[in-house]
Design a protein around this ligand. Structure first.
Ligand SMILES: Cc1cc2nc3c(=O)[nH]c(=O)nc-3n(C[C@H](O)[C@H](O)[C@H](O)COP(=O)(O)OP(=O)(O)OC[C@H]3O[C@@H](n4cnc5c(N)ncnc54)[C@H](O)[C@@H]3O)c2cc1C
Length: 592
């Protein structure tokens, strides 16, 4: 029988949880239990990653509360419910943000949490294989080798399916013509420019590379590591009273498995470590009596630690996409997999037999990361910034003041990009009926450093009920809507009309090129979606600044409760979050 006492109980076997469990259990005298609500999935074919969305067995299927600045829309927020977490189902981009963004964490009061440590830890996770010389030359799948690790467990390489062939070179050349340089060192701390994203793809098998099929098999053989799936933690059990420091102490956790409640304990020096993800880590704290007493009292939960930061400072990336029809005859494209069953069958066979074709790659990895100065004219930018500064006045003297000052400085620094333009060779405009004989392209404009802060709190005392998630998209309304309007305008009126990309486009769907501010605003408000990188809901910050955990990831007012997932990231980064979450989990093992 499984022991019921462990040195560390890790709640959530996701991106952070498994990496942390593996590292902590390297010490054979330390016992570690991972409790994961989901099960093992075999969602490892790169091109099929998005098929998990809306599948209730592996997607938590969260949604926002109606978003007042986004036409009151309820926006879907997929999250992986599986061993490996969202990294078991996500898009596999394996990327770093700009170095200054990590150094900002340290400057906000977190010694040791900076670019140097994050980058070293990302390298420690990474086993990088460069693209073939011809893919590097033609499709810019290239980076300086020293920017990558080669001894880590996660295989990282580039996509190798680039159809339709002329599209990517054209996208790069048009970007260059518009002042966006090709970045040949994008993993080295400077992300500005147009480049290809490396992906967590196994370089030999061309399948998803993640904790479950890399570090876990060997780690699970250790007698001191137990990983349970189908085990949903419902609360942290706090010991009565306080310890000598005045803090509360966790005795263990309660979890549900096969509809039965079980208890498991931590040792007298043990920890409960939350890695349930940005939406569910604060939920567990609140269900356990740790959070804003006003929130807890509303649900009749006795506050044991009054910690107003729990569930606040929620930040997420959001995006609006524009789709185009391309000229006929440019070649096949990955988008046809969804509308042409013959092509799908042929290509899947090719994948199974030779590990080639569109299934062996992530559907689109061409990115441009740009500062406002690249796409907003000086006069308009000055007036948008004036509007922002007016909005920010309301936060003087609040816990947000210091992080907003950091973010405000980023705007003046072109080395910290604000918008990401992701190019995908497929249609994403829901109003378009796709013709299987035609080719399409989408450019998604992602805003990576929004100022508006949201929150996530429990909806009831029922641990099985989803939390109420309010990302507050476009909450700094005039400024943030204006930024998105200008980003969409840049896509329709500049990217799509500048050679050589313009030569490949026959039609822009929505919005029409040359649209007015009013039309663009309406478009942004009706089409805005999450770009899936939520963080901040249990921020690592000084308590006076709304912090939930200290630099050792300990929850304030507790003796042994830690948070090690994306919710501890205090200031959103300008890139996809998985590699950073992995790195933070390695660092967590050092400070716990
Ligand atoms: C559609 C999509 C695509 C993405 N694509 C990319 C990409 O290409 N590149 C990139 O860098 N990032 C990407 N991301 C983001 C990335 O996957 C996340 O940042 C990362 O997985 C977060 O790690 P985490 O450990 O915080 O949470 P998760 O990985 O979500 O792990 C949380 C785990 O906790 C479990 N859990 C939750 N509650 C409980 C409970 N009460 N009891 C037990 N277990 C529980 C969950 O089931 C889950 O396994 C994507 C995200 C989405 C949604």
């Amino acid at each position: 029988a499984t022991s019921t006492t462990f040195d560390h109980i890790i709640v959530g076997g996701g991106a952070a949880g498994l990496v942390l469990a593996e590292k902590l259990s390297r010490n054979s005298s330390v016992s570690v239990l991972v409790l994961e609500a989901g099960f093992t999935t075999d969602d490892v074919v790169p091109a099929l990653f998005s098929t998990f969305i809306g599948n209730p067995t592996i997607d938590w299927e969260f949604v926002t509360v109606p978003q007042p600045h986004v036409s009151n829309n309820v926006i879907s927020l997929p999250r992986g419910k599986a061993l490996g977490g969202t990294a078991a189902v996500n898009g596999m981009y394996f990327v770093r943000a700009a170095s200054k963004e990590y150094d900002a964490w340290e400057n906000l009061g977190n010694p040791g949490w900076n670019w140097k440590t994050v980058d070293a830890n990302i390298k420690a996770m990474e086993n990088f294989t460069p693209a073939s010389p011809s893919d590097a030359a033609t499709f810019h799948a290239t980076d300086i080798p020293q920017n990558h690790g080669t001894n880590g467990p996660i295989s990282v390489t580039y996509s190798n399916y680039w159809e339709p062939n002329p599209l990517i070179p054209a996208y790069f050349n048009t970007s260059n013509a518009l002042g966006i340089p090709t970045n040949t060192h994008a993993s080295g701390g400077s992300t500005f420019g147009v480049w290809q994203s490396p992906c967590a793809i196994d370089a030999k098998n061309r399948s998803r590379s993640y904790a479950v099929n890399t570090i876990l098999p060997a780690a699970e053989k250790r007698p001191n590591l137990v990983v349970m799936t189908g085990a949903q933690v419902t609360k942290i059990t706090l010991l009565p009273g306080t310890v000598s420091s005045g803090n509360v102490r966790a005795g263990g956790v309660q979890y549900l498995t096969n509809n039965a409640t079980q208890n498991v304990n931590v040792t007298a020096t043990g920890n409960v470590i939350l890695t349930a993800g940005t939406y569910q880590t604060p939920k567990l704290l609140e269900l356990s009596g740790i959070g804003n007493s006003a929130v807890l009292n509303k649900f009749g939960i006795t506050p044991r630690v009054d910690l107003p930061g729990v569930g606040e400072n929620l930040q997420d990336h959001f995006a609006t996409s524009v789709s185009f029809q391309l000229k006929d005859g440019l070649g096949p494209e990955v988008g046809q997999l969804t509308v042409n069953s013959t092509f799908f069958a042929e290509q899947f066979q090719l994948y199974l037999t030779k590990r080639e074709g569109p299934f062996a790659s992530v559907p689109g990895t061409t990115l441009a990361m740009i500062p406002f100065q690249t796409f907003i004219n000086a006069t308009r930018l000055t007036s948008l910034k004036a509007s922002l500064d007016k909005s920010l006045k309301a936060f003087k003297g609040t816990p947000f003041e210091e992080q907003f000052a950091t973010q405000r400085n980023f705007i003046e620094d072109p080395s910290v990009p604000q918008i990401e333009l992701v190019m995908l060779p497929l249609n994403q405009d829901a109003s378009v009926t796709v013709d299987p004989t035609k080719l399409y392209m989408t450019i998604a404009a992602v805003y990576m450093h929004p100022f508006a802060r949201g929150n996530v709190h429990i909806a009831s005392t029922d641990p099985l009920q989803n939390p109420l998630i309010d990302p507050n998209y476009l909450g700094i309304t005039e400024f943030e809507t204006g930024i998105m309007v200008e980003a969409v305008r840049f896509v329709t009126d500049k990217m799509a009309t500048t050679k050589p990309l313009s030569d490949l486009i026959v039609k822009t769907f929505n919005p029409a090129p040359g649209s007015s501010d009013a039309v663009l605003q309406k478009f942004v408000q009706s089409t805005l979606q999450s770009s899936w990188h939520p963080c901040g809901s249990a921020s690592m910050l000084p308590k006076a600044q709304g912090g939930v955990v200290d630099p050792n990831l300990k929850v304030y007012g507790t003796d042994n409760i830690r948070v090690a997932d994306a919710s501890m990231i205090p200031l959103e980064i300008g890139t996809h979050t998985m590699a950073t979450v992995y790195a933070n989990a390695l660092h967590a093992a050092d400070v716990i």
